[in-house]
Each structure stands twice: as structure tokens, then as C-alpha cells.
Design a protein around this ligand. Structure first.
Ligand code: MRU
Length: 354
């Protein structure tokens, strides 16, 4: 699997996901503005991947700065973090990763600029490594709910492409597949940016995992026909009460799953849990530009010029609709999240602090 994000000798290399599945193109970012634009334009997307890209973007800014005094350097890094914070509002992994980078600056406030540059890169690479390890653990835990022969419905792309590797929801699929379970994935195409049709289908086909792409509105009938054993999705932010923000359409799927008695699991690392937010109502939801809805991905216009559009990128699924949240520490009921995942981090930053 080609890495989603990579540090190569002072360059942040991104697999440009806007070109997939047609073309495998690597975008070499020589300055942090390029990384920030790539996040905004969904060239790199998926909550954990956004966090890793932003952390490496800060390390890149540190690498390329002309600041020589520790004070000027720290001020510049603060501006860089603010630029990344403004790219996308919903995925908390972005703010979590930036906070880790800021913490290095604060902890080592007395260090030289050269030392800080080295430490910031080390921290960004650690965030990347930890994400991969967490995803493998999520896969191990999550595979216990997948049985041989299961047909699994997923939404958007919560795979290797959306993370430092292996994936969260697709990490569970991968682990089950590696254990020899004969599974089949139904991938919602995921209007309007088609992360399911373009990315999940591409990623699973690379590994020979059976996948069928469906339009988003097909999920209900498949559940009614008892052709879905399990729903597995990722998350962009999980509130302390277990409410989950994820790609628009996730809520509708969860309601359908409950109506049909289909278990609905969310897979996410602890970096997606925002203990500072009590419930999903407080999660900021990104609104994206109208052209994503009024034109097909190919660019063909499908709605009249000037029509009003509401393009919400995410929705919130209330905890009541969720069977379990699969994390690197195990599988929990949504109402256990606060106790298990938030109090375990006492004294540490575990969410967005603004
Ligand atoms: O707009 P995107 O493509 O960044 O949205 C991605 C999702 O909603 C994913 O399901 C989520 O980030 C989890 S990725 C492991």
C-alpha cells in the first residue's frame, strides 16, 4: 500500500486522493502552505490522516523557517498552527495533533532553534507511528465482532487512505480478512465527494477484499433483505457521551440499522475522542462549497445555475444508535466512553481546548 503521508528529506509527500482511482499521483509539498491547501481541498482527508499531515506540515514549516531566535521561531510556529487549525473544523484529530506539536514548543521553550526543529519532526513522526499502531489494535479488537461469511456495510472511507495506514473501520475489515474470514463489503458511494466509490473500493480491491459499491440510497433495501450483518464506520469526532460525528449520511445509516436490528459499530482511535465536548450538539460541522453538490465529480453540472445548496460534510449520530465503539483499548458501549477513555487521560489534553 502506498503511504498516505510521508516525510522524505524535508518534503511532505502526499498521495493525492483527489486523483484516485484514476491516477496514483504523489503531491510533493515543499512548504507548509501546500500541506494546508491539500487538507482543505481533500487531497489528504480522513480524520487521522489530516492530523498526521498537519503535524508533518508544522515540522516542514520548522524545517524551512528563516527564524533564528527561539522567540521568533515560537511565534512563527504559532502562526503555522493557526493556519492548519482553519483548514477543516470537524475532525478533532487535527487539533489534537497540533496541540501535541505546541506542547513540544512549550515544554522545550528554552531549547535552541535547531533542537526545536529536530524535536518537532520527531513528534510528528511519532504521531504517525502511533496512529498506525492504534489502527492495528483497533483491527484486532474489532475483528472479534466479524464472523466468517459476514456482509459488512461501510460509509465514506475509513481505511489506510484516511489514516497513517491500515485504517479504522477498514482496519477491522482487514484484520478479519487476514484471519481468513470470508467477508464481503458493501461500500456506500458517499455523495457528494464519493469517498466510498473512489477510495474504499480502490483500497479494498488493491488487497483483493470483495467489495460491491452501492448508491447511498441502496442501504435500506439491503438491510430489509437481511443482506447486511454489520455496519462499520469511522469517526471524525466522538463526544464524551458517545455521540459520533462522521461523514454526512452516517446518521441515516444508523437509523436504518436500528430499525432493522443490524449492529452498528464505530471504529476510531483515542485521538478522535473529544473529552472536552459533552455531547454531539457542540461538534462543529463543516459546510463545504456548493459546486461539490451541483456538479458531478467529473465536473458535469447537474443542478441549475444559482440554485441554493446546503452541503454539510458531516452529521452526528446519537449514542443511542451505536452498538459499540471500537478503539485501540477495546470495544466499549458509547456510554462507557467518558469513564474509560476520558478519565484515563487525566491531566493530559484529550480534546479541543478553545
Ligand atoms: O471529508 P472526509 O473525507 O475527510 O471525511 C472522512 C470521514 O468522514 C471518515 O469516516 C472519518 O474521518 C474517519 S477516517 C478513519
Amino acid at each position: 500500500m502506498i503511504p498516505t503521508v510521508e516525510w522524505r528529506d524535508g518534503t511532505v509527500c502526499l498521495l493525492d486522493q483527489s486523483c484516485l482511482p484514476g491516477e496514483v499521483r504523489i503531491l510533493n509539498c515543499y512548504d507548509h502552505h501546500m500541506v494546508a491547501s491539500a487538507i482543505r481541498d481533500l487531497k489528504v482527508r480522513g480524520a487521522p490522516a489530516i492530523g498526521v499531515a498537519a503535524a508533518l506540515g508544522v515540522a516542514l514549516a520548522a524545517h524551512t523557517t528563516r527564524a533564528t531566535s527561539p522567540l521568533a521561531f515560537a511565534q512563527e510556529m504559532e502562526t503555522v498552527c493557526a493556519e492548519f487549525s482553519s483548514t477543516r473544523p470537524t475532525a478533532v484529530n487535527l487539533f489534537w495533533a497540533l496541540d501535541r506539536m505546541r506542547r513540544v514548543l512549550h515544554t522545550w521553550a528554552q531549547a535552541s532553534v535547531d533542537t526545536l526543529k529536530r524535536l518537532l519532526l520527531k513528534e510528528a513522526l511519532r504521531i504517525q507511528e502511533e496512529d498506525l499502531a492504534m489502527n492495528r489494535a483497533i483491527g484486532r479488537h474489532g475483528s472479534t465482532v466479524v464472523a466468517d461469511g459476514h456482509q459488512i456495510l461501510t460509509h465514506c472511507n475509513a481505511g489506510a487512505l484516511a489514516t497513517a495506514g491500515y485504517g479504522t473501520a477498514l482496519g477491522v475489515v482487514r484484520a478479519a480478512w487476514e484471519q481468513g474470514k470470508r467477508i464481503h463489503v458493501f461500500a456506500d458511494e458517499t455523495r457528494p465527494v464519493l469517498q466510498g466509490a473512489r477510495l474504499t473500493a480502490w483500497e479494498l480491491r488493491q488487497e483483493g477484499i470483495p467489495v460491491t459499491v452501492i448508491t447511498d440510497n441502496t442501504a435500506g433495501v439491503l438491510m430489509k433483505q437481511r443482506r447486511i450483518d454489520l455496519c462499520l464506520v469511522g469517526a471524525d469526532r466522538i463526544a464524551a457521551n458517545g455521540d459520533v460525528a462522521n461523514k454526512i449520511g452516517t446518521y441515516s445509516l444508523a437509523v436504518l440499522a436500528k430499525a432493522h436490528g443490524v449492529p452498528f459499530y464505530v471504529a476510531a482511535p483515542s485521538s478522535t475522542i473529544d473529552c472536552a465536548i459533552a455531547s454531539g450538539e457542540a461538534i462543529p460541522i463543516e459546510t463545504r462549497p456548493p459546486h461539490e453538490v451541483t456538479s458531478l465529480y467529473s465536473g458535469t453540472r447537474i443542478a441549475p445555475e444559482g440554485v441554493e445548496v446546503l452541503n454539510l460534510a458531516f452529521d452526528v449520530t446519537p449514542a443511542d444508535y451505536i452498538t459499540g465503539i471500537i478503539t485501540e483499548r477495546g470495544i466499549f458501549r458509547p456510554e462507557q466512553i467518558d469513564k474509560v477513555m476520558c478519565s484515563a487521560h487525566e491531566g493530559e489534553f484529550v480534546g479541543r481546548r478553545e
